[in-house]
Design a protein around this ligand. Structure first.
Ligand code: PLP
Length: 428
C-alpha cells in the first residue's frame, strides 16, 4: 500500500501543517509540552472555550442562584435543548430531533424501553458480537425486564475475522423474529464504519426499528440520520466532542416518532410550558426532549457550550477530510518505517469504511502502549492485542503523527517495551 513517491520526510509534514486550514484551532487546546496526545477517541482534550463556558456557568450559579434556570447568557432550563440544536448538524438531524441528556448507556436504556415492543413472533433484539460491553449489558437487562432470556433473545451477528462486521451478515440476520436492532456507527476497536443508510433501509423493509450508538463517530465523521430515517441514536460527548470526563450524552429520535410515550418517564421530559404546573398527568414534549428524565447535569453540560462552537466554526466536513488524510498518512508511514515489525493494521483501509482512529494489532500491544506513554506518546490499548491511535484534526498536527511513528519505531527497535509487563492498566 506504500506509494512509490511517498514522502516520509520531516520537511513534508511541516509543509502539510503549513497548508492546513484547521491548524489554527490547535492553539485553543491545552496540550502538554513534550507529549503527543493521540487518545481523543477515548477522552478529548480540554479547550480554552470549554473551560470558559464551564467557568461562566459556575458564575451564573454564583450570581443568580435559583434564577439561573431562566436568567443569564445560558439559562439552564432549556440548555439541553439548545445544546441539542448545536449538535444536530453533526448528526444530520433537525434541531427538535436532538437533545443532550444522560449518558450513552442511560440513553440506550431509554431508547430500548421506548422502542422495544415485542409482539407475536417478533421478540428478539439484534446486535453484533463486537459491540461495546455496556450496550450489551443494557440490552440484556432490557430483555430480562420484559421476561425474555438474553441467551435466546439477544442475537449477536458474528464477525468473520474478529475485526469487522459485514453489513450483508447483519441483513441476513434481520428475520421475522427481530423487533429491534441496535448497532454501533463505528466499531470501537477496528474503527470500521457501518453503512447506516443501507442497514436502516434493510431494517425498515423488514418492518424492524433500528438505532445506532454514535460514540465513536460523533465529531469524527458526518451523518445524515434524518435523511436516512434512522429511528433513534445515542452518543457520548467526552470523546471527539471534547466535553470533559462524564460530560452529558445525547440522543436523537426521528420526528416520525414524536409523541411516542417515553419508556422511562420523568418530569424533564415534559412539555416545558406545562412542567411546572406540577400535575400528576405528564404531558411529554413533542420533540426528542420527551426522552429526558430528571434534572439535567448542568455543570457537566457547560463545557459543551464552548466546545460545540469550535465544531460549528471548523465544520465537520473539513474535520473529516483532514482526519482521513491524517489516518491515511499515518498508516503509510507505519508501513514504510516499521515494515520489519509484526504489526497488523486492523482497521479498514478504505476511506469510506474507516472512522477517526487507526488500530494496530501486535501480540505485545499492552506493553508497547506502556513504553509509548513513557516516551510521551498517548495511545490506548484495547484487549486483547490492539493499539488505537486517533490523530484528531482539531488539535493534532501532521508533525505529531510523524513524531509518534518515529517514537514507535524507536520503542520497537530498541525493544524498550520488554521492560514492561504485557498486561493492561486499569483504564486502558
Ligand atoms: C464510550 C462508549 C460508551 C460509554 O457509555 P457511557 O454510558 O458514556 O459510559 C458506550 N458505547 C460505546 C460504543 C462507546 O464507545
Amino acid at each position: 500500500m506504500i506509494e512509490k513517491h511517498f514522502d516520509s520526510s520531516y520537511e513534508y509534514v511541516r509543509q502539510l501543517d503549513q497548508q492546513d486550514k484547521l491548524a489554527p484551532f490547535r492553539k485553543e487546546f491545552y496540550l502538554q509540552e513534550g507529549s503527543i496526545y493521540l487518545d481523543g477517541n477515548s477522552l478529548g482534550v480540554l479547550s480554552k472555550r470549554a473551560e470558559k463556558s464551564l467557568l461562566d456557568l459556575l458564575d451564573s450559579w454564583k450570581q443568580f442562584g435559583i434564577d439561573g434556570w431562566t436568567e443569564g447568557d445560558d439559562p439552564w432550563y432549556n440548555l439541553s435543548e439548545r445544546l441539542g440544536e448545536k449538535v444536530a448538524p453533526l448528526v444530520g438531524a433537525n434541531s427538535e430531533e436532538v437533545v443532550l441528556t444522560g449518558s450513552t448507556t442511560t440513553n440506550l436504556h431509554q431508547m430500548v424501553a421506548t422502542f422495544y415492543e415485542p409482539r407475536g413472533e417478533r421478540t428478539k433484539i439484534l446486535a453484533d458480537e463486537l459491540t461495546f460491553p455496556s450496550d450489551i449489558y443494557a440490552l440484556q437487562s432490557q430483555l430480562r425486564m420484559k421476561g425474555y432470556n438474553p441467551e435466546t433473545h439477544l442475537i449477536r451477528v458474528k464477525s468473520r475475522d474478529k475485526r469487522l462486521i459485514e453489513e450483508e451478515d447483519v441483513i441476513k440476520a434481520m428475520t421475522e423474529e427481530v423487533a429491534l436492532i441496535v448497532l454501533p456507527s463505528v466499531l470501537y476497536r477496528s474503527g470500521q464504519i457501518l453503512d447506516i443508510k443501507r442497514l436502516t433501509k434493510a431494517a425498515h423493509e423488514r418492518g424492524i426499528l433500528i438505532g445506532f450508538d454514535l460514540c465513536h463517530s460523533i465529531g469524527a465523521i458526518e451523518h445524515q440520520l434524518s435523511e436516512w430515517e434512522v429511528d433513534f441514536a445515542v452518543w457520548c460527548t467526552y470523546k471527539y466532542l471534547n466535553g470533559g470526563p462524564g460530560s452529558v450524552g445525547g440522543l436523537y429520535v426521528n420526528k416520525k416518532h414524536f409523541g411516542k410515550a417515553p419508556g422511562l418517564a420523568g418530569w424533564f421530559g415534559s412539555n416545558k410550558d406545562k412542567q411546572f404546573d406540577m400535575e400528576h398527568t405528564m404531558i411529554p414534549a413533542e420533540t426528542a426532549g420527551a426522552y429526558q428524565i430528571g434534572t439535567p447535569h448542568i455543570l457537566s453540560a457547560a463545557p459543551l457550550i464552548g466546545s460545540l462552537d469550535i465544531f460549528a466554526e471548523a465544520g465537520i466536513a473539513n474535520l473529516r477530510k483532514k482526519s482521513l488524510c491524517m489516518t491515511s498518512y499515518m498508516m503509510k508511514l507505519i508501513s514504510r518505517e516499521l515494515a520489519d515489525v509484526h504489526f497488523n493494521i486492523g482497521n479498514p483501509l478504505e476511506d469510506k469504511r474507516r472512522g477517526g482512529h487507526i488500530y494496530l494489532e501486535h501480540k505485545e500491544a499492552a506493553r508497547i502502549c506502556k513504553a509509548l506513554k513513557v516516551n510521551g506518546v498517548i495511545p490506548d490499548f484495547r484487549a486483547p492485542n490492539g493499539i488505537r491511535f486517533a490523530p484528531v484534526p482539531l488539535y493534532n498536527s501532521y508533525e505529531d503523527v510523524w513524531k509518534a511513528v518515529r517514537i514507535l519505531k524507536k520503542v520497537m527497535e530498541e525493544g524498550q517495551y520488554k521492560q514492561f509487563e504485557n498486561e493492561r492498566g486499569i483504564i486502558a
